[in-house]
Structures are given as structure tokens and as C-alpha cells.
Ligand binder design. Sequence first.
Ligand SMILES: Nc1ncnc2c1ncn2[C@@H]1O[C@H](COP(=O)(O)OP(=O)(O)OP(=O)(O)O)[C@@H](O)[C@H]1O
Ligand SMILES: [Mg+2]
Length: 264
Amino acid sequence: MRDALQNTCEHRCAKIDNLTVKLGGNVILDNVNLHVDCGEVIGIVGPNGAGKTTLLRTLLGEIPYHGSIAFRISGSLTKKPKIGYVPQKLQFDLSSPISVADLVAAAINSKPIWAGVSKELLEKAESVLSLFSAEHLLKRRIGELSGGELQRVLLAIAMTPEPELLLLDEPASGVDVKGLFLFYQIVDDLRKKHHIAVILVTHDLAGVSCYVNRLILLNRSVIAEGAPQDVLSDEKLVKAFGPSLWNISCLPDSISKEADNGNH
Ligand SMILES: Nc1ncnc2c1ncn2[C@@H]1O[C@H](COP(=O)(O)OP(=O)(O)OP(=O)(O)O)[C@@H](O)[C@H]1O
Ligand SMILES: [Mg+2]
């Protein structure tokens, strides 16, 4: 099946062939072959410096590469799909007066917001934030947010307008356990209802395994790929990360019920 589709990109949302990226004279990604189907969540794991962020930035068109990257949306090849992106790091001036409302409004509005945020736009921003139970942060300055609160805001922005491909670079690293559960639920929902393809980079080996369709171990090239339980038990993963410390245990029922009740 996989081989038959290799050269056509049919049914694939993104298909990467023989991708090589050099930065500062070093080969960072070496002959990477990878695909993500529409309606699929793939997890990418790998040690620090493995090239995970570089891969996402290459997909975003920020980094020159050799090889081929093809996108197919609703059956047609497209140069660039609508991509939602949550970066691993975001640098901004902590003393900036910009509020969450300003940030979200600027992201969801096609026109500049110099004249201020209208009531209508404010309501839209609030409903976007409510996706991640973050509406209470609307009036806060971004410099005041905790790491996890900021991640929730960035996730909400990345979902608006609804992307065709969602690239998440350790999006939940600072999020608490209930927020993490909510995050995985939303990603799963997007996949099922809207057929969005999601590439999720994470170090949360245990949590991610419960929610991704496929797991990929990247370390300059694809070292292992397959069902999460197979990849996690692959000895190459142990070599990449050292002795295994994780247990695959999805979040307990009690947490999921609280999260479902919006109890954050
Ligand atoms: N602009 C650059 N110039 C030179 N080298 C770079 C550049 N950007 C990244 N690198 C190098 O590329 C390698 C891969 O970096 P990358 O950020 O993709 O790793 P990562 O897998 O995301 O790691 P982490 O888990 O720490 O986030 C690192 O060795 C990094 O130093
Ligand atoms: Mg990274």
C-alpha cells in the first residue's frame, strides 16, 4: 500500500521524499522520508538536536532543502496548505503592554488592529480561547502568562482559521496534566471531525502514545516508524534516549472526567 502511493502523493496530506537539510555546514536532516495522511496524527520523538524543529520549519518553508515536499489537500496537489504552527519557543518582550486579546485579535483578523479591538473581534477572540479553556486569560498581558497559559493561547491561535496541516513543536511542554489531556482530546477531535493532519513533536513519550496513529523516531533521519507501542519498545529508541523510564499509561478516568467538565 505504502509503496503503491509513494510517487503519487494520493491520499497523503504531506509527503516528504529524500529530504536533506544542511545548516551551518552540517547535515541536520539526512535523506528523511515521511508522510502524514489527512485525518492522521503522527508523533515525532527523538533526542535533543535530532532535527525535529528543523523538520517542522522546513515544512513551513523557512529553511532551504534538497529533496521533495508535496502537499495534497482535498485530493489536489497544492503548493502550500493552510498550516497552523505552535513553535517550541517564542521570544517576546516580557514588559510589552500587548494583551492576550490583542495577540489573538491580530492573529484572527485580516486587517491591522491599530484602531483597537472591536467588541465583535473581542468576542471572537474569547471564543477562540475557549477552545482551550483559556477565555479567562483574554485581558491578561502576555508577559504575565505562565508557560502553560501561553501555550494554551498559542494553541488556540494555531487552530484559527482551521488549518489543513497542524505542526506542533512540543506544544504542551509547560501545560499541566488536565491541560495536557484537554489538548490531546482537541487534537483527536480535529483529526476525526475535520480530517486535519497533525504532526506533533514531543518528549512526552508516554502521553503521546495514547493519541497518535503513528510514532516516528527521528535522529537526523527516520530511525523507526510504526505503531507507538512498537516504536517505544524498539531497541533503537532505548539507544536514542537511554534506558527507558516511561510507562504507557493514558491519563486516569478521574482526570478525564474533570477535564470533560471543563474543570481547569
Ligand atoms: N540556524 C542553524 N545553524 C546551524 N545549526 C543549526 C541551526 N538551527 C539548528 N541547528 C542545529 O541543528 C540541530 C538540530 O536542531 P533542532 O532544533 O532541529 O533539534 P530538535 O530535535 O528540535 O532538538 P530539541 O529536542 O532540543 O528541541 C542542532 O544540532 C542545532 O544546533
Ligand atoms: Mg526542537
